[in-house]
Ligand binder design. Structure first.
Ligand SMILES: Nc1ncnc2c1ncn2[C@@H]1O[C@H](COP(=O)(O)OP(=O)(O)O)[C@@H](O)[C@H]1O
Ligand SMILES: [Mg+2]
Length: 406
């Protein structure tokens, strides 16, 4: 039997109208109306779920969310309509006062949550080829993502990799890799910087995490990128009970099994893996070390930041690569930017002098771009220090030999 997509589309339109109406009645505190709209939404979702067999498990999950919403809403309404002892002002009204009522507040928060979650969705256009070296690491990640997203040609339940941890010195390309994943697959990408989420949404972050994963499942396939995952643990030392419950919420989500069609891949990154505790470490099936670039890779990264961007280079980049041990990809990027500035200064000395320090608004001045010379790099190198030192690198290698998958 074929699936009637036209009919399904029409019902979906009705559902989305109802969702809008439900949100606004919740905001107005009209729980009776909101809950009857929820019931209508559930009824229509059930129809769609029956019609669209392929995605019925996905719809059933969404139905559960709405059913839970009704229960939460109605118990909230009962609580706020309870009278304090000695109150003789007559029988409790069935609906709470509109506007400033407790439920209005919850309604507003839900709407706000949706906005906050949607704000985390991002799309990038980083290509794998823009990341120098790390061939094995890139392959391992692409393979995991491929098997997670693609469908096997026989009906068999293949275990999917759900959680990947990237760790290593700062500036080695962890965030860039996550961006490359997002731009190369047709998946919803959620970009979460944990320290930001914890500090900006104190008290709400736990609910935000569960809303995040609900949305990710809803918009499956999804990739949730959690940057600075160590801040989950770091904050636990403070009197911040908030992050303990956020941690619990996270661990639960990382454990979570998917139903049917849903797929959510969590990619987390950290510069300080030793701050993580066992509970988090054990959740990640794959822990991939993203290390400092070796000499050939450094040369490649130097090229990516100069030649590939259109600059002419009159210096042996291999020589620069040989002199930049302990430099990360970011350090090399800074080095190139600095060398480019040196060249620009060299090429445009006369113009800068003529400007006499004053640049007027909207002034059109052309400046010269010359080839990069050895001296530009020499000067830059004398000012650029790598972010990682040997002591730090030892710490990484011992953590790596204990935990890494690569
Ligand atoms: N392997 C690499 N190839 C090319 N550029 C790199 C590489 N690693 C890092 N970079 C550069 O350094 C910058 C910072 O990298 P990022 O991914 O944010 O590092 P991390 O998340 O590991 O701290 C990137 O924008 C890029 O310019
Ligand atoms: Mg990063």
């Amino acid at each position: 039997m074929g699936t009637d997509y036209l009919a399904i589309d029409n019902i979906k339109k009705v559902i989305s109208e109802d969702i809008k109406a439900e949100r606004s009645s919740e905001e107005e505190g009209d729980i009776t109306k909101a809950s009857s709209l929820c019931k209508a939404i559930i009824g229509n979702l059930k129809i769609v779920s029956g019609m669209d067999q392929k995605y019925s498990s996905k719809y059933n999950d969404i139905i559960k969310i709405w059913e839970k919403k009704i229960v939460d809403m109605e118990s909230g309404a009962r609580r706020s309509s309870r009278r304090p002892a000695g109150d003789k002002s007559g029988p409790a009204k069935s609906a709470p006062p509109s506007g400033k009522g407790n439920n209005g507040l919850i309604g507003k928060m839900e709407t706000e949550f949706r906005g906050r979650i949607e704000a985390l969705i991002s799309k990038s256009n980083v290509k794998w080829s823009e990341i120098g070296g790390l061939d094995q690491e890139k392959n391992a990640i692409m393979e995991a993502v491929f098997f997670a997203m693609a469908t096997p040609d026989v009906d068999i339940n293949i275990p999917k990799l759900r959680n990947i941890l990237l760790f290593g010195p700062p500036g080695t390309g962890k965030t860039t890799i996550a961006k490359a994943i997002s731009s190369n697959i047709e998946a919803t990408f959620f970009n979460v910087t944990l320290s930001e989420l914890l500090s900006r949404y104190v008290g709400d972050s736990e609910r935000l995490v569960s809303a995040l994963y609900d949305t990710a499942r809803d918009m499956s396939p999804s990739v949730v990128f959690i940057d600075e995952i160590e801040s989950l643990v770091r904050k636990r030392d403070d009197s911040n009970r908030n992050s303990t419950s956020v941690l619990q919420q996270f661990l639960g989500q990382l454990d979570g099994f998917s139903t049917g069609e849903d797929f959510v891949l969590t990619v987390a990154a950290t510069n300080t893996p030793w701050e993580l505790d066992q509970a988090i470490i054990s959740r990640f099936e794959k822990k991939i070390y993203i290390g400092l670039p070796d000499e050939p890779t450094r040369k490649k990264i130097l090229e990516l930041n100069t030649k590939s961007k259109g600059y002419q280079v009159r210096v042996d980049l291999g020589k620069i690569a040989a002199k930049t041990g302990n430099f990360s990809g970011r350090d090399l990027y800074y080095l190139c930017s600095d060398a480019i500035r040196n060249m620009l200064r060299r090429a445009n000395n006369d113009i800068i002098e003529k400007l006499d320090g004053s640049i007027q608004n909207g002034m059109k001045v052309n400046y010269r771009v010359w080839p990069l010379e050895e001296q530009d790099f020499q000067d830059a190198m004398s000012k650029t220090k790598p972010a990682s030192d040997d002591a730090m690198l030892n710490q990484y290698s011992s953590w790596k030999s204990r935990f890494a998958s690569n």
